[in-house]
Design a protein around this ligand. Sequence first.
Ligand code: B12
Length: 197
Amino acid sequence: MLNVLLIDPPFPERPWDIKWLTQFPPKGLMYLAAYLRNAGANVNVLDTKQLQYEKPSLLSRSIEEIQQFVRYYINDKKPNIVGITSTTISYIPATKIAKAVKEADPKAIVAIGGVHVTFMAHETLKECPWIDIVVRGEGERPIFELVQGKPFSQIQGISYRQNGEIIDNPIGPLLSPEEIPIPAYDMLDMKNYVLFH
Ligand code: B12
């Protein structure tokens, strides 16, 4: 089975958000991590928002500094698949992190998911040649099938390039409630998300 790293990207610099937005663990990624771990995969989660505004000092780091950190991290951990999440607001930083990943290891499969790219898969793949796959909608099954090494053509819910064209595989059925795990909160240090301490 392949190794997976899931990354929550930094935010565009909006200083008024520092205290607020760094309080929230990347919930979507923690669901994916729990699902993958339950299925026996080796998975890590990196929340770069915690690097962006270090606590309690609130020392701030630029996106370029975080890109550099990500390159070192990839060289050290050597994940085979790197999955990045994004909303519209975090899309640009997410693409910059994806670029840093590909620069550090061109062999790593770089996937992006989340609400923004679900609706903007073609734009994302056209703008970002360093992103291999867009996962549309619920990500648990598609990322697990990637980890199993299934060919892209057989994974439901992904968009990818093939011979210069973008292919959109149809989205598969949703997970049943029993298949949805408790998010893997233990994989990040929850003390970092306490609002006042
Ligand atoms: C809870 C919530 C918040 C909480 C988050 C708390 C937390 N700990 O996560 C808080 C209050 C912090 C918040 C903040 C904001 N939010 Co909000 N939020 C939501 C809400 C209601 C639910 C999100 C959620 O937890 N979903 C459940 C998880 C499991 O789903 P998910 O993250 O989408 O992940 C799944 C898939 O998308 C996919 N996936 C996601 N990432 C990846 C990555 C890979 C590699 C793969 C394979 C799959 C994958 O797989 C996951 C599991 O199936 C949504 C609306 C909605 N119903 O989705 C709005 C929503 C996401 N928020 C929105 C907005 C605008 C914001 C803010 C910008 C508000 C602001 N003005 O600052 C900020 C930005 C936050 C950010 N990180 O970008 C918009 C985003 C719109 C857009 N175009 O991107 C939404 C869609 C609401 C709306 N309809 O307008 N939010």
